[in-house]
Structure formats: C-alpha cells, structure tokens
Design a protein around this ligand. Structure first.
Ligand SMILES: Nc1ncnc2c1ncn2[C@@H]1O[C@H](COP(=O)(O)OP(=O)(O)OP(=O)(O)O)[C@@H](O)[C@H]1O
Ligand SMILES: [Mg+2]
Length: 386
C-alpha cells in the first residue's frame, strides 16, 4: 500500500517503545539527529526515511526526496552516513534515494487536474528569454526524473512548438485533448491548434475560456510540475490564468540591463497583487555574459550583476544566470533545447542548477504551508517502498 501522510505517525518508524531491537533503535536515534538541509527539522520527523534495516553491521535505508531534481543528494548522503556510522557496531550504510513530489494543496483544492505544482515563467518585458528558459527548465526537470508538463500560455505568439521541434497536432480522446510528448514532456500550445502564420485575435471572455480549456480540457495526467510559459507583460492572460489555476510560484526572467530590470518590478508586483499572492520563486537572469570561445574572455554585454541586485532589493531569491550562447538560440530554432543538444555546456548546466533550485523552493513552500505542515501525497502509480 502507498502511504498518504508521511509524518510522525509513519508506520515505518518505530513506535514510542522502540523497535525491540536495540541496535536498530540506536540507528533511528542517530537518524533523528540529522536535520533536513533546507527545512531544518530532523529527517525522521519529516518522514523522509523509510525501510531502515540493520544486518551484519550494515544499515540499509531509503531516503525519500521531495523532488528527483534535488541539488542536495551528496550532502544528505554524507550527513546520514556520518550520523549512522557513529553508532557502535555499524560499519556501512547503503542509502537509496527515491522521490515523491509534495502537492500544492491550494492548487488541488481548486482544480484537480492531476498537476501537483504549477510554476509560471514570466517577465515584465518581452524577448528576455522566457520561452527559452521555460523549455530548458522543463526538459531539465524531466531529465532528472520528474513528470513534467509544459503549457505555452503565450497564445498571441506561441513559440514552444518550434522550440521543441513539434509539428504534429494533438488529438482528442472523448472530451479531452491529449497533450503531445517530446523530450519526456507533455506539451500543449495554442500553436498546435492555430494555422501557421495566422495571428490570434483574442478578446477577454474568449481568452479566458481558451486558458480554461488549456487547463481543464487537456489530459495532463499526473504531473509533478506544470511549467507555464507566460506571454510578456502583466495583462489579461496572467489574470485569467491566476484566477483559474492557483500557481505554486512564479519565476521572473530578466536580462542584466536596467531597462529590463525596471520591468522585473512590474513582474513581481503583478504576482504579489493577486489574492492570495503568488510566491515569487526568484529572479532568473538570462543573456548575462558571453565567453569568447577562442580566447575564453568574458564580455558583460548587457552589464553585470543586475539580476542579483534586483533580487536582493526585492527580497526574493536569485536563481542564477544563463550566459549568452549562440547554441541556445540555434537550439530554440531547430527544436533541440541546449540541455538536450549540449548538456555539458555552461548554459545547460546553469539551467540544470536553476531547475533544481526551483524544485527545492517549491518543496519548501509546500512543506511549510501553515495549514498542512509536512503533508505529503503519494499516488498509487509511484513506486511503492516496503
Ligand atoms: N542565453 C541565450 N543565449 C543566446 N540567445 C538566447 C539566450 N536566451 C534566449 N536567446 C534567444 O533570444 C531570443 C528571445 O528569447 P525567447 O523567445 O525565449 O524570449 P521570450 O521572453 O519568450 O520572448 P517573448 O516575449 O517574445 O515571448 C530567442 O531568439 C532566443 O533563442
Ligand atoms: Mg516567449
């Protein structure tokens, strides 16, 4: 059976009187001294440890991460190993990782479309690398093992089909549209439904119903993360979307220039004006610098440090910077995102780091919600441990 609430009552954990096995009790006690690096509480209370066994001086256990895109695996492994091997008689630790992404309960309470967390990628200004970032973050999360959907909410200028190299059309089954799949993502875009080279003219109510259709009429399936590529600015789509889909958080994209940065403020304000406010997961700076491939010299073409300063000023996290790399643009044009085409490039690695920071932030938001602290949701299709 899968477990629903993994908290203090977790059936895996020893009851008050202990397990009846002195060594195993000492191992559990040692595990209780290990704090979860981001939440600060101990990993046993948080229900992160399962299936603890001791055999011939060797401890085996499963550590359930809150995201497969966890940046802290090595640190967790080191901390757990150090604590457990301090128990006399324990020589070895066999730690296996599993993951279950906690759900955003606010989202589930409003629309149950199988999406655990919805993350908007937004900007105050157009052309700053929003869609490129949405695509690379989404693909990066999927490559790390998460179940990810990408919704192109830029209904005026949908770029996602081109950036992913999709030229098919989705089909319907019953009254649901089946999203297209590419690079492990489930993808939906108005670009699939509109004739090429035709501009969409959307007015208020039509736009609202288009956005609603994208959410409720698409068979998204069970997703850990739905990444939403927003149109530029802070207009009607943003409003409709946030009315229909409580967002777990928003990523604000900018370039280092002052002009773009003044728009960051607009972008952040737009999400904080919504009731309840959408948490800003952080500022992501794109086109931050250029490293000349021949000389290795760094050029700060659009200035430097602006995104970081802005994040500090706004008191939101700085998620990282993406260098200018012609291969990022070529990848967008040819339908091969840089994280697929050149996974070892600096830009791809930066996207991977940023995707991990976003996933970690989402976990923290969900696990520290005042109404349901530490509440996880397991779903029947996830691997069952124990
Ligand atoms: N790091 C980068 N290096 C080089 N080119 C980039 C980088 N990031 C984005 N680009 C290019 O910049 C252009 C604009 O990017 P993109 O379409 O992602 O921006 P956007 O913010 O989504 O734009 P819009 O507001 O029109 O939706 C694209 O041609 C893209 O390939
Ligand atoms: Mg775009």
């Amino acid at each position: 059976m899968f477990k629903f609430g993994r908290n203090k009552d977790n059936e895996n954990q020893p009851s008050q009187g202990g397990t009846g096995d002195a060594l195993l009790d000492q191992v559990w006690a040692a595990l209780r001294t290990v704090p979860e690096p981001e939440l600060g509480k101990d990993i046993v209370t948080l229900g992160m440890v399962e299936n603890v066994k001791v055999e011939n001086g060797k401890v085996s256990l499963v550590y359930v991460l809150t995201t497969p895109a966890c940046p802290l695996r090595d640190r967790i492994r080191d901390d757990v190993t150090a604590a457990v091997t301090r128990v006399p008689g324990i020589r070895e630790v066999d730690l296996k990782f599993d993951s279950r992404v906690p759900k955003d309960t606010q989202l589930f309470n409003k629309v149950d479309i199988g999406v655990r967390n919805a993350i908007a990628v937004s900007s105050g200004k157009g052309g700053v690398g929003k869609s490129t970032s949405a695509v690379n973050i989404a693909v990066s999360l999927a490559r790390q093992g998460a179940r990810v959907g990408l919704m192109d909410a830029d209904i005026y200028g949908p770029n996602i089909p081109m950036m992913l190299g999709i030229d098919e059309k989705p089909w319907a089954e019953g009254n649901k549209i089946i999203p297209l799949e590419k690079y492990g993502l489930r993808v939906m875009s108005m670009g699939f439904l509109m004739p090429a080279n035709k501009a969409a003219v959307w007015r208020g109510p039509m736009l609202h119903s288009a956005v609603r259709q994208f959410l409720t009429d698409v068979a998204w399936g069970d997703l850990d993360y739905l990444i939403v590529d927003m149109p530029p600015g802070t207009g009607d789509v943003q409003l409709s979307l946030t009315q229909l889909l409580p967002l777990t958080g928003a990523v604000i994209v900018t370039t280092p220039q002052a002009v773009a940065l003044s728009d960051v403020i607009k972008g952040v304000d737009a999400f904080q004006a919504i009731k309840p406010p959408v948490p800003v997961l952080g500022v992501l700076e794109t086109m931050s610098y250029f490293i000349a491939p021949d000389t290795g010299h760094r050029y700060d073409i659009f200035g430097t440090g602006g995104g970081r300063r802005m994040a500090e000023q706004l008191d939101v996290p700085f998620l990282g910077e993406i260098p200018i790399d012609p291969r990022v643009r070529e990848g967008g044009d040819s339908g091969q995102p840089i994280v697929i085409a050149f996974p070892d490039s600096d830009a791809a690695k930066a996207y991977e780091d940023i995707s991990q920071r976003i996933a970690a932030k989402v976990s923290v938001i969900n696990l520290t919600r005042p109404e349901e602290p530490g509440r996880f949701m397991a779903s029947p299709d996830l691997p069952v441990i124990g």
